[in-house]
Each structure stands twice: as C-alpha cells, then as structure tokens.
Write a protein that binds this ligand. Sequence first.
Ligand SMILES: [Zn+2]
Length: 86
Amino acid sequence: MSHYVCPYCSLRYQINIKAKNGIPICGQCGDPLIKKSILDPKRGLSLILVAGFIIPLISFILSYITNQIEQSPKNETSSIATTINQ
Ligand SMILES: [Zn+2]
C-alpha cells in the first residue's frame, strides 16, 4: 500500500489535489506528489521493537489479574466454611 506525500510541505497540512492531467499535486505549493509506502522499513522495525516490550508486559498483567481472580473466591469459601464449623 502507498500514498502520495509532498516532499516540501509539512505532513500535517497537506492537501492532495489531482491536476487536470491526472497527476496528484500538492494543494499548497503545487508541486507533484511523491509516492511513498505506508509501512517503510524504519516504521516496521520500530513496531516490532515496541511489540517486543509491550506484549510481555500485557501478558504479565493479564496473568496477574487471572491469578487474583482465581485466589479471591477460595478465600471466601474457606471463611464461610470456618463460620459454619463454629
Ligand atoms: Zn507541498
């Protein structure tokens, strides 16, 4: 996948317009746009690095929450059993 980008204008304020001959041009400066892929190698590598740090953190938090949920009903049943036995 790819999209068109003006090499001279800021990415925030780009307006893409098609010229009469069908070539996409920048709405601000009028220069022809350059075709650029959405997922370039730098972006892909940074996504992999971020996922390498975030996925273990999320799995740790989920396992901690599931352990807390599993342990909490056991304590309630044991307290009920002790009150019944008394
Ligand atoms: Zn431009």
